[in-house]
Design a protein around this ligand. Sequence first.
Ligand SMILES: [Zn+2]
Ligand SMILES: [Zn+2]
Length: 241
Amino acid sequence: MTDREFYEQEHPNTLTKEGEILDCATVRGVFYAAVRQKDSREVWALVVLMRRSGGYFNFTYKVLSDTSGPVEDRCPIRILDLLTPLSTCSHDQEYCRLCNAEITPADGQWLSHARPAQRPEVAGPRCYSGYPYGANAPDGGAPFHEPGGTATCSTCWARDWRDRCRANAERETQARTRARTVRPGTCLRFTRPMQFSNGEERDTFTFETRSTFRSPDSDRRYRIPRWRTDYDYEIVNPTQS
Ligand SMILES: [Zn+2]
Ligand SMILES: [Zn+2]
């Protein structure tokens, strides 16, 4: 059974009665589909995260639409191109790039305000620890709010997701084009050293074929899957063709 058949069977109303899949693809364990609503003719993106944990039958999945701005953003361009364009929207409010709180400028800082149901410590110039943000500020505390976040608006989330997918596809195309200049014998240095299961760490390899490299100073071989798209590298000695 294909992934498409599986999800059509699981969600017959959404995917066969009320809507239909125009095109779909499974990319890195995520199922992406352009779904057209039969009544409105509107086409939206379905994103299904698949998780297989601890054996074949322990299979779980989570169904999302592009309007929830999924983290998984490798939907192929050909599917994005089928989607109904999003309406434009304008929001007066600024949102924090790091924690997505609503923020307002005050004395050179950005302040968030506690909403009625929130605890008062969510307000102030810093991201509240209850929000998912990355690094700490230089003084060790939570980072200060920075504008540039996405409004809490499903259209904006969908726009942001579609933009991310397009940017990833673009990056991947560039990476593949660049990788075509790598020929057997070309020496590559990866920006970050690779770690291998035997504990070895190394960053410089001579390309052989597909995902096979060898050490420039011995006959040892290494497999680096997805080196073309998932890693940054520089070409140390281009081979003459
Ligand atoms: Zn913040
Ligand atoms: Zn919006």
